[in-house]
Write a protein that binds this ligand. Structure first.
Ligand SMILES: NC(=O)c1ccc[n+]([C@@H]2O[C@H](COP(=O)([O-])OP(=O)(O)OC[C@H]3O[C@@H](n4cnc5c(N)ncnc54)[C@H](OP(=O)(O)O)[C@@H]3O)[C@@H](O)[C@H]2O)c1
Length: 323
């Protein structure tokens, strides 16, 4: 059974009067820091001296410290630096400055579940993982709404770890939409799988393959883009509003019948299962850490591939034409 918490079941009192140190001021860091502060909680920021985001945090009116000092000063330490940097951040700045009773908060269970970080037993370790980028967490908060999130408890030294996770979720606006209880294991695996196989990786490859198939058969790139990519948001909107079966009722019957007979031909579920195995057995996390430690050569090559692809150039041309 889904365990869902809304505003009315949750109290901020478990965080009131405590200092929340947010390490990182990027997508999640900025949104969460601003939302928590506007929920009446005390927030400071921890960033390395060379971080480009220091200026933004200062401009937003926050006191900014080194990560070490922010960990020393805070009772609640929210680790919102990129996942692949958590290990060195923990070893260099967090570990030696933790004292009994402090709380570590994560927005993704990755570094705890895959054991890049092994925190001591005498602290709380919790997860508050919003289901959306920071920009959305901030936008919906300002609109008086919220983004749902997964919450979980890995270590409950204080006996109040779940209350703190819920209060944190409320502080960032999540309990307006709903905070859903899960485990570090399920969030770590499920989140990686969803983004790799479906939402980001799988979707990008589906769109690229569709676009290239039409272009290679002689279609102008603009036409291929309009047919395979441009209308995506409309379909997503229908799915969110009516479900997948409902979306099929809203498109033409020709599109509906074609989808039933052809859709499954272009997706390989066995490969999805392989992706899931690589995540579950830790190979993906090991590969990604190795890539980071070796200077991200492959990562940068793949990034350049997408940036210079005809799909991106076509998006640029069409966006100018249609604006
Ligand atoms: N973005 C999302 O959609 C999303 C959604 C849910 C959960 N999450 C999770 O949220 C966490 C943060 O991700 P993000 O996307 O917000 O990252 P991000 O946008 O890349 O921002 C990372 C921030 O951390 C700073 N940083 C880098 N090294 C640091 C260090 N050693 N100490 C302190 N700060 C450091 C960066 O500063 P500089 O760049 O100036 O170095 C930047 O301000 C991750 O665990 C991620 O999985 C993200």
């Amino acid at each position: 059974m889904l365990k869902l918490y809304k505003d009315k079941n949750v109290s901020l009192k478990y965080l009131k009067g405590k200092t929340i140190s947010i390490l990182g001021y990027g997508s999640q860091g900025r949104a969460q820091a601003l939302n928590l502060r506007e929920s009446g909680l005390g927030v400071i920021i921890g960033l390395p001296s060379k971080s480009k985001d220091r200026k933004i945090a200062v401009k937003d009116g926050f006191k900014v410290f080194s990560p070490e000092d922010a960990v020393k000063k805070g009772e609640i330490i929210s680790v919102l630096a990129p996942d692949h940097k958590h290990k060195e951040l923990y070893e260099q700045s967090i570990h030696k400055n933790l004292s009994p009773g402090k709380t570590l908060v994560f927005a993704h269970a990755y570094s705890i579940y895959f054991k890049l970080i092994k925190p001591p037993e005498n602290i709380d370790v919790i997860l508050v993982a919003p289901h959306g980028p920071g920009e959305l967490v901030r936008k919906l908060f300002l609109e008086g709404k919220g983004v749902t999130s997964f919450i979980a408890v890995e270590k409950d030294y204080s006996g109040k770890a779940l209350d703190k996770a819920l209060a944190y979720a409320k502080g960032i606006g999540s309990t307006k939409a709903g905070a859903i209880l899960t485990t570090f294991k399920d969030e770590a695996i499920g989140d990686l799988f969803g983004e790799q196989a479906v939402l980001c990786g799988g979707l990008a490859e589906l769109l690229r393959s569709g676009f290239e198939t039409l272009v290679e058969s002689g279609f102008p790139p603009e036409n291929a883009y309009l047919e395979c990519v441009h209308q995506l948001d409309l379909i997503v909107e229908l799915i969110k509003k009516y479900g997948i079966a409902g979306m099929f009722q809203k498109i033409s019957q020709t599109a509906e019948y074609g989808s039933y007979v052809s859709g499954k031909k272009v997706v390989n579920k066995n490969q999805m299962k392989n992706v899931l195995s690589e995540i579950k057995n830790g190979n993906f996390a090991r590969k990604w850490m190795k890539e980071y430690e070796k200077g991200m050569k492959n990562y940068k090559r793949m990034k350049r591939y997408w940036e210079s692809h005809l799909l991106q150039k076509t998006w640029e041309r069409l966006t100018k034409l249609l604006s």
